[in-house]
Design a protein around this ligand. Structure first.
Ligand SMILES: Nc1nc2c(c(=O)[nH]1)N[C@H]1C(S)=C(S)[C@@H](COP(=O)(O)O)O[C@H]1N2
Ligand SMILES: [Mo]
Length: 303
């Protein structure tokens, strides 16, 4: 089966460190070829997994980006006016080389690869997205994480003149998110610069956004301008807005309900009006990779 999106990356672009992940994702991307020979060595689960990406239309027109409005179509309508070049990311806090990192400079230092990930919003809808990007760990290594760092905070651009949604106090701007350092350094944690082999459309968080596939979508903060290494848990926008409903961890978990709805099932975008709901998977299906990060933690308490 042919892949349905333009892709300029080949397996030759894969860094050795990420070879397993990328091969697995490439296999997932050509789902339907499960009988293909020569993939010995991949675990059973990875071989069985087939991920069919959503359409370009789904991914770029059904969005959450409250800086441009709270409607799902607002980002596609209004984010076009956002100036994304030049762009720089301030990396500060507990790092050896703090400073303003130019986006083009960052790109020249990073190895881009494609990752096809499930994406699960806390609102109980889901998609499958073919991202292009690099591991956040590689960017953090560029800045040099100091021994005392325990968390990573992120901030989105706050530019009211180009962001009509910020006229409303839907959230306390700038949009802020955070991860524990071990989550941030996990090889699944991606800094995305593209989808379907093209640059990120503004509505999806151009030019650079986080993707943490085992957590609810709001952790995947868009259009990042600042990354801060800290020794205390950073404040995050959704948690500040409603701590009872949006925890710091926000790992996808079918057994922990949102106070106003169940998280046991999800609606796949693009499935049509009468499509049945899918069962939500623990850690959004990435438990083999990430469950050990939470050994001994009460996931209902640290939701
Ligand atoms: N800055 C910023 N980042 C954000 C959001 C937002 O409103 N502002 N929404 C989050 C939510 S709730 C989701 S589900 C995802 C949506 O990403 P997508 O529109 O690319 O699918 O972005 C997340 N990142
Ligand atoms: Mo979301």
């Amino acid at each position: 089966m042919a892949r349905r999106w333009t892709n300029t990356l080949t397996s030759a672009d894969v860094t050795p460190k990420a070879a397993f992940l990328n091969r697995r994702q490439i296999m997932a991307g050509i789902g339907g070829m499960a009988g293909l020979a020569g993939i010995g060595g991949l675990p059973q689960a990875a071989q069985a997994e087939t991920l069919e990406p959503n359409s370009w239309e789904d991914v770029t027109t059904y969005c959450n980006y409250y800086e441009f409005g709270t409607g799902k179509g607002d980002p596609a309508k209004y984010a076009g006016q956002l100036t994304t070049s030049p762009w720089s990311v301030k990396i500060d806090g507990l790092v050896d080389r703090p400073g303003d990192y130019d986006f083009q400079q960052i790109l020249s230092e990073m190895t881009l690869e494609e990752r096809i990930y499930r994406f699960r919003c806390v609102e109980a809808w889901s998609m499958v997205v073919p991202w292009t990007g690099f591991e956040l760990a590689d960017l953090l290594n560029l800045a040099g994480v100091q021994a005392g760092a325990k968390y990573v905070g992120f901030e989105t651009l706050y530019r009211p003149s180009e962001m009509p949604g910020t006229a409303y106090r839907a959230l306390d701007w700038p949009y802020r998110e955070g991860l524990r350092l071990d989550e941030a350094l996990h090889p699944l944690t991606l800094m995305a610069t593209g989808i379907f082999g093209k640059d990120l459309p503004n509505q999806n968080g151009a030019p650079l956004r986080l993707v943490v596939p085992w957590k609810y979508g709001f952790k995947s903060i868009k259009s990042i301008v600042r990354i801060t290494l800290t020794d205390t848990e950073p404040q995050t926008s959704w948690n500040m807005a409603n701590a009872r409903e949006y925890g710091f961890y926000s790992n996808v978990n079918p057994e922990v309900s949102h106070p106003r709805w169940s998280q046991a099932t999800e609606r796949r975008i693009g499935g049509g009006l009468f499509a049945s709901r899918a069962d939500t998977q623990m850690f959004n299906g990435y438990g083999d990779e990430v469950a050990s990060l939470y050994d001994g933690m009460d996931l209902a308490k640290h939701f």
